[in-house]
Design a protein around this ligand. Structure first.
Ligand SMILES: Cc1ncc(COP(=O)(O)O)c(C=O)c1O
Length: 401
């Protein structure tokens, strides 16, 4: 099939839920994507922070092949080895004790919200069911997680929405304090907002969250679906943001491109789940668990968390030079590690398209923010090439100044 045929049949046979880029990807290797005319693109998006090791890493391909020969799926009615080793390894990366595996980020957050409610009811015997989240956040597309999400466009047309959710303006300390009632069970937050445009939590806001945890016994759920697994230059972003969550949710990069989500939680809270209270057919299956274990092994061996930190710090400096050379075009460069937002002073659709035409795949979020989430193994040379293309593009575009 050529591109126009794929596009025509996609429109005919698929629900129109995605605004797709004008690019059909035929194959991918390392930090490169290839279209149906064998044109090469530098991938600065990694499937939205999924392919942290690059595409089709030979060891991931090989572990998937070997595991598929051995055991793909058997159901959680049975014990299996890969899942338990993965749970051990993941809990060792943070101060959590137990894991629940599922298939996506939304499902991991859904599990966290359900567990918070059940823990408050069954263990603490309190009527604390309410979840506080922040404006600009993104937590998923199930009914509970879209209700938790702090963006109206995600909720449009899906009412009536479940009750028990409150949204507070990000970094508004007073509003957060006022939102807390005797019904508040937990706060859920990304450590750096991804879909929201690479936005950081202010130190005051973080201090307030910690105070509420300590003084009001409110739980903290860190949504690390985009920020976790080395993306921001620490294994979990909460570890460098000064947040101490009671639950961490993960997905995206967890299984090297295979669908997997996880909830990591402290022992005392995990006790609120019992057999039959929650579950999912595919969660923590042998194939995805084996791939996830291999990802963790490669991350550790190649020191990818540190590499993300160093490459990201270096890249942001390089982009500051671009900003300096293109006065009036860039409002701010934000991020941590290899989670980088370049906020333009004007809507970025044209710039984004121009960069795609030059062979650079990235994402535009919140109209003005160029979002970079490259594989953690991205060579500096690729970032230098992108910076050159960005400077050329911005020099030739409307700056809004
Ligand atoms: C912070 C965050 N939470 C939750 C989700 C939802 O994950 P999924 O699309 O796997 O359901 C995403 C996806 O982009 C995300 O970035």
């Amino acid at each position: 099939m050529d591109f126009s045929e794929i596009q025509r049949r996609t429109e005919k046979y698929l629900c129109p839920t995605y605004a797709r880029y004008p690019l059909a990807v035929k194959k991918a290797r390392g930090c490169r994507l290839y279209d149906f005319e064998d044109r090469e693109y530098i991938d600065l998006l990694a499937g939205i922070s999924v392919c942290n090791l690059g595409h089709s890493h030979p060891e991931i391909v090989s572990v998937i092949r070997d595991q598929a020969e051995k055991l793909i799926h058997v159901s959680n009615l049975f014990f299996h080895e890969e899942q338990v080793i993965l749970a051990e390894k993941l809990t060792e990366t943070c101060s959590m004790d137990k894991a629940f595996f599922c298939n996506s980020g939304a499902e991991a957050n859904e599990a966290a919200i359900k567990l918070m409610r059940r823990y408050m009811k069954k263990i603490r015997e309190q009527n604390r069911f309410e979840l506080i989240t922040f404006s600009g956040s993104f937590h998923g597309r199930t009914l509970a997680t879209l209700t938790a999400t702090g963006q109206d466009k995600i909720k449009d047309g899906f009412g009536p929405l479940p009750s028990g959710f409150k949204n507070v303006p990000l970094n508004d300390v007073k509003a957060l304090e006022e939102a807390v009632t005797s019904n508040t069970g937990a706060i859920m937050t990304e450590c750096i907002q991804g879909e929201g445009g690479i936005k950081h939590l202010s130190p005051d806001f973080i201090a307030k969250i910690r105070e509420l945890q300590e003084q009001n016994d409110i739980l903290l759920i860190a949504d690390e679906i985009q920020t976790g697994l080395g993306r921001t230059g620490s294994f979990w972003a909460c570890q460098s943001a000064g947040l101490e969550p009671d639950m961490i949710t993960s997905a995206k990069a967890l299984a090297g491109g295979l669908p997997m989500g996880a909830l990591l939680v402290r022992e005392e809270i995990a006790r609120a789940f019992d057999a039959g209270s929650h579950g999912t057919t595919f969660g923590g299956g042998a194939l995805v668990s084996a791939a996830a274990l291999k990802c963790l092994e490669i991350m550790e061996r190649e020191d990818l968390v540190q590499r993300s930190l160093e490459t990201g710090t270096w890249a942001r400096k390089l982009f500051e030079e671009v900003a300096h050379n293109c006065p009036g075009a860039i409002r701010e460069i934000r991020g941590s590690g290899l989670m980088i937002g370049i906020e333009l002073t004007f809507p970025g659709q044209e710039v984004w398209k121009n960069l795609l035409d030059q062979g650079f795949v990235l994402n535009l979020t919140q109209d003005t923010v160029l979002r970079l989430l490259p594989p953690l193994v991205i060579p500096r040379q690729d970032i230098i090439a992108f910076a050159g293309a960005l400077e050329k593009t911005l020099s030739g575009s409307r700056t809004g100044s």
